[in-house]
Design a protein around this ligand. Structure first.
Ligand SMILES: Cc1ncc(COP(=O)(O)O)c(C=O)c1O
Length: 362
């Protein structure tokens, strides 16, 4: 990112060879993301600014008729609910929320009875950001494929920490963000569109990068690939940075290595937290398929106060609802303290947070 900014600030907008190279770097980012999630190639990846934007863009790109139906789950974050509420309010589309239950949260058995001939989309999160649990989405993907319904996976909180593979998930659309577990820059995200669904996606956002404009007949044609989600001047720095973040995952051994390390650390932290009588780990305790997010309730201490206490002592955590209340409500709370590990954390970090929580009593 720094090289890009240095190069462009020194050359200005007139060095076309340089600009050409920067465009090639964006294609590299698309290729790296495709490799990370098992997509067929860069043509199935579009770049954008945030996971929220990607989901809204998809909502605007699908076509809706009054009476169509969408299936979501109760484990969704606002970004995978609000765009569909907009579609509901604008076009008279009906939304069904599949109930969530421990230990697996959204199950295909809960989704299946909600299917109808009017179902136009199933959109479910891979890892809810207030549980950290990897949801068993494969059976839902199989169900969607059998019924011929597009399946969208919100992988914003899973990409970069657990394996995400579009063939395993059997999804047609997927959204990921750079700033979260990939540790890429803010303002970078991507959308995956299976080549078979691309012809049905007609983005509402349209600018000079989206396709072609037949001025004589005032007709628009979309680019054939997922670059149809690119609107205007690209955010080169952020999208080059996103590519660097993905390359880094491969360089340190790949997502399996990251995921195994995070799982071990999470197992260790959960075990230690369970020894504190005033601390309750929320949700399922099994560590086989989870990211590094662990939600906890400290008896008698509001999550924001607990977060401030830890923050003031150098532990970066959050206290709140994460705009994803469903999994918290399942555990009987409205907010929680969120401890989020990544591969660079150590057993010393875990001891430090456990020692502080031990002291944090009413
Ligand atoms: C599960 C989930 N979906 C969507 C988003 C939205 O992503 P962004 O913050 O890039 O808009 C987030 C981010 O917190 C998330 O955790």
């Amino acid at each position: 990112m720094r090289s890009y900014l240095d190069e462009i600030s020194l050359s200005g907008p007139k060095d076309f060879a340089l600009i050409d190279r920067h465009y090639k770097q964006l294609d590299e980012t698309r290729g790296l993301l495709a490799r990370l999630i098992g997509a067929a190639g860069p043509a199935e990846i579009g770049l954008c600014a945030s996971g929220s934007e990607a989901l809204s863009m998809l909502a605007g790109a699908l076509s809706w008729q009054h009476g169509d139906e969408i299936i979501l789950s109760e484990a969704e974050m606002i970004s995978n609910v609000a765009p569909w509420l907009r579609v509901r309010d604008r076009f008279g589309v009906k939304i069904h929320f599949a109930p969530i239950r421990e230990p697996g949260f959204v199950l295909a058995e809960e989704v299946e009875p909600l299917l109808s001939p009017r179902t136009k989309l199933i959109s479910i999160t891979h890892v809810p950001n207030t549980s950290g649990l990897v949801q068993p989405l494969e059976p839902i993907g199989r169900l969607a494929r059998k019924a011929g319904i597009p399946f969208l996976v919100d992988a914003a909180a899973s990409v970069g920490v657990v394996p995400v593979d579009v063939e395993t998930l059997q999804c047609d659309l997927l959204v990921g963000t750079g700033r979260k577990y990939l540790r890429g820059p803010a303002g970078s995200a991507f959308v995956y569109c299976r080549s078979s669904v691309l012809p049905y996606l007609e983005p509402f956002h349209f600018g000079w990068k989206t396709g072609s404009w037949d001025w004589m007949n005032q007709k628009l044609t979309f680019l054939p690939d997922a670059a149809r989600f690119h609107v205007g001047e690209p955010n080169f720095a952020a999208w080059i940075g996103l590519g660097a973040a993905v390359r880094y995952v491969f360089d340190i051994g790949g997502i399996e290595v990251v995921s195994a390390r995070v799982r071990d650390l999470a197992g260790s932290l959960i075990g230690r937290l369970n020894s504190l009588p005033h601390v309750r780990v929320l949700g399922p305790q099994e560590t086989g398929a989870r990211s590094g997010i662990i939600m906890v309730d400290v008896a008698g201490i509001p999550p924001k106060i607990a977060a401030d206490y830890l923050q003031a002592r150098g532990i970066v955590v959050e206290g709140g609802h994460g705009y994803c209340p469903g999994p918290l409500r399942l555990s009987g709370v409205a907010m929680a303290l969120r401890l989020a590990l990544h591969y660079w954390n150590t057993e010393e970090d875990i001891s430090a947070v456990v020692a502080l929580l031990e002291k944090l009593r009413t």
